[in-house]
Each structure stands twice: as C-alpha cells, then as structure tokens.
Design a protein around this ligand. Structure first.
Ligand SMILES: [Cu+2]
Length: 166
C-alpha cells in the first residue's frame, strides 16, 4: 500500500509538469483555431451558373467615345451577361464596391464569386485585351436590384453601365 501511494504521488507530479508545459503551448494552439475564421469570408458565396438567358453587351470605343451597348439592361434572376470587345480595347467590367446596391454583403459576395477566379480585384474583371474577347457574368443568386458597373480603363471617359436584376 505504501508503494502504491508513492506511485500515485509520482504520477501527480508528472501530470503537474505536463500541465505547466501546456501553458507555454497555449498561444500556439490558439493560432490554428483562429485561422479558419479568417478564411471564412473568402468561402462565402459560391459561383452559380446561368440558368436563364445570356444577354449580349458590346464594349465599344471609337477614339472619342467609349461605351457599353446597351448601357442599361434589365434581366431576370438567373440570367447572365456576355460582354464582348468590339473596338479599341482594353476594356473590362468593374462594379463600384461602394455603391448603395452592394451595401448588402451577400449580394457583393455573390457577384464577386460569379465573376470567377481571374479578377483583377474584388468585383473587377480581368482586362479584355483583344477585339472579340468576351467575358460572361452570371447573375444567378443575385438579389433583385440595380447594379452599376464601369470600364476601369475608360471610367474617366464615362464608359459606364448598369444591370437591373428583377
Ligand atoms: Cu473600356
């Protein structure tokens, strides 16, 4: 009995030592736990494919004027828009992240996800460098509303448009 008692005391000492050691490790253990939370926003809003009509918008420049044609479109939920370079590239499609229509973070995340992985930045398509290049955006999963976009290279020349999702 005396021997067993010594064994129990020894175990308690060992456990105590381990307990002290784990305090030092605590900050490291909390770091991995915080990482998934930081990545969560990037996972919000998976891209959804077009389920309805694909509308056509031309991207046009003639040296004096730069425009989307048609500049304003009204589409239905699940539709998409195919933007095609007709003249004087480069053009792109960029949604102003600060516009009132995108105050809803879910809408912003859905459009951004639908714009695919090759964006120049949030809500900003890659530059289309050649005549005939096209870029299609699905508006599936995007709540009804009016969303304004522009062409980054020609924003100063008022190359702007809008899509109203019904
Ligand atoms: Cu342009």
């Amino acid at each position: 009995m005396r021997f067993l008692g010594v064994m129990l005391v020894s175990s308690a000492v060992v456990l105590g030592a381990c307990g002290g050691g784990s305090k030092d490790a605590a900050p490291a253990a909390s770091t991995p736990a915080a990482a998934p939370a930081a990545e969560a926003p990037a996972a919000a809003g998976a891209a959804l494919p077009i389920t309805g009509k694909t509308w056509e918008v031309k991207m046009i420049g003639d040296g004096n004027a730069y425009k989307f044609e048609p500049a304003d479109l009204t589409i239905k939920a699940g539709d998409g828009i195919k933007f095609t370079v007709v003249s004087i590239p480069p053009h792109n499609v960029a949604f102003d992240v600060a516009q009132p229509g995108l105050a809803d973070a879910a809408v912003k995340a859905q459009i951004d996800a639908n714009m695919g992985p090759n964006k120049m930045g949030e809500l900003s398509s890659p530059l289309l460098l050649n005549i005939g290049d096209a870029y299609t955006i699905s508006f599936a999963g995007v709540k009804p509303g009016k969303y304004l976009f522009n062409c980054t290279p020609h924003l100063a020349m008022n190359m702007k448009g809008s899509v109203t999702v019904q």
